[in-house]
Design a binder for this molecule. Structure first.
Ligand code: MRU
Length: 351
């Protein structure tokens, strides 16, 4: 058992580890209303596709629990406003919309139940949000177990961004596969891209793997090509924010570059993600909304301005790796390979 957690429901509030302060400080935020949760998502206090979905579900639970309404319809109106606010936080990770959709279904069902009363609706929403968080850990563990066969003993694994326990309710997706491989007795070494501009690799991946005594070495993003070309990487393993129906993968900016390097040097490029990250409604990567964030994360490192003031910067937070560069997609229901349009659908059809 680790001695830290990503997020949880506690005594009518949401507690989450403030990822902006890692690794220097392990500080937990206590959030009491939906606006607090929305800002925590926008400001990256909580980040990573599955964790964003879990935080949003807990945000809806907060709105329900804090609703002063004495009739189910009043709770419903407060929860719908919360869902609308949370849906405006970040556009790329589809897990956000998946989790909000699920909470909305629970809400409509609870409000429409025979003899529904406001307290029962409140209780149901809190219970279902907590269930969604617990389920996320179980899904990551199943996904991790499914991916072990892709990790040979002694593997040197390159990862980008943080797709670990910090990006989920626990265990992780790409790092969940790493954890499961280690638990199965495989020796591994992880190379973590630092992942400019927000440094999820250097700050978060390195922190959580070091905490678990899993060997990790940080490199700057521009070192990956050199090390791959020298044969120092056996496989690439990353997470995803949204996978389109055709298998195109949106993930942290820089992932596409790594995928191209992997293809050039015949290194397998694997994506690990739960089914809630796969968006069958989106036909291909061109249709995935890519978040553009403000300039501060690019212009500053650790609060320090690192370029001339006033020079414009760009900050697309994600890129799209075409399905043709993806060797396999690991999910909680098994591994999909090209052609993804059919193999992903099969996973959804498998009960
Ligand atoms: O901007 P972030 O930190 O939310 O981006 C996170 C990523 O890109 C992760 O790789 C992705 O969400 C997978 S998390 C299991």
């Amino acid at each position: 058992m680790s001695d830290w957690f990503t997020l949880r429901w506690a005594d009518g509030a949401v507690e989450l580890l403030d990822q902006r302060r890692l690794p220097a400080e392990e500080t937990y935020l206590t959030l009491h209303n939906v606006e607090d949760v929305a800002r925590a998502i926008e400001d990256l206090a909580v980040r990573g596709a599955p964790a964003i979905g879990c935080a949003a579900a807990l945000g809806v639970a907060l709105a329900a629990a804090g609703s002063p309404a004495d009739k189910p319809e009043g709770v419903r109106i407060d929860c719908l406003a919360a869902i609308e606010r949370l849906a405006r936080t970040r556009p790329t990770a589809v897990n956000l919309f998946w989790a909000l959709g699920r909470m909305r279904e629970v809400l409509e069902h609870a409000c429409g139940a025979e003899g529904a009363d406001a307290d029962a609706v409140r209780a149901e929403l809190v219970q279902q949000a907590c269930a969604l968080v617990d389920e996320d850990v179980a899904i990551c563990r199943a996904l991790g177990a499914a991916g072990v066969e892709l990790v040979p003993d002694g593997a040197r694994i390159l990862t980008h961004c943080n797709a670990g326990a910090l990006a989920t309710a626990g265990w992780g997706t790409a790092l969940g596969v790493v954890r499961s491989a280690v638990a199965a007795g495989r020796r591994v070494e992880v190379l973590a891209d630092e992942t400019r501009p927000f440094l999820q690799g250097a700050r978060l991946t390195a922190w959580e793997l070091a905490r678990d005594d899993i060997p990790v070495t940080v490199i700057t993003d521009n070192m990956a090509g050199h090390l791959i070309a020298r044969g120092e990487v056996d496989l690439v393993l990353v997470g995803a924010d949204r996978i389109a129906r055709n298998g195109d993968v949106a993930n942290k900016i820089g992932t596409y570059t790594v995928a191209l390097l992997a293809r050039e040097h015949a290194v397998p490029f694997y994506v690990a993600a739960p089914l809630s990250t796969i968006d069958l409604e989106t036909p291909d990567g061109a249709a995935i909304p890519i978040e553009e964030r403000g300039p501060a994360e690019v212009t500053h490192i650790g609060g320090q301005l690192v370029m001339p003031e006033g020079v414009p910067v760009r900050h697309p937070a994600f890129d799209v790796t075409p399905a043709a560069l993806v060797s396999a997609i690991v999910t909680e229901r098994g591994i999909a390979r090209a052609p993804y349009a059919s193999s992903l659908q099969v996973l959804f059809d498998t009960a």
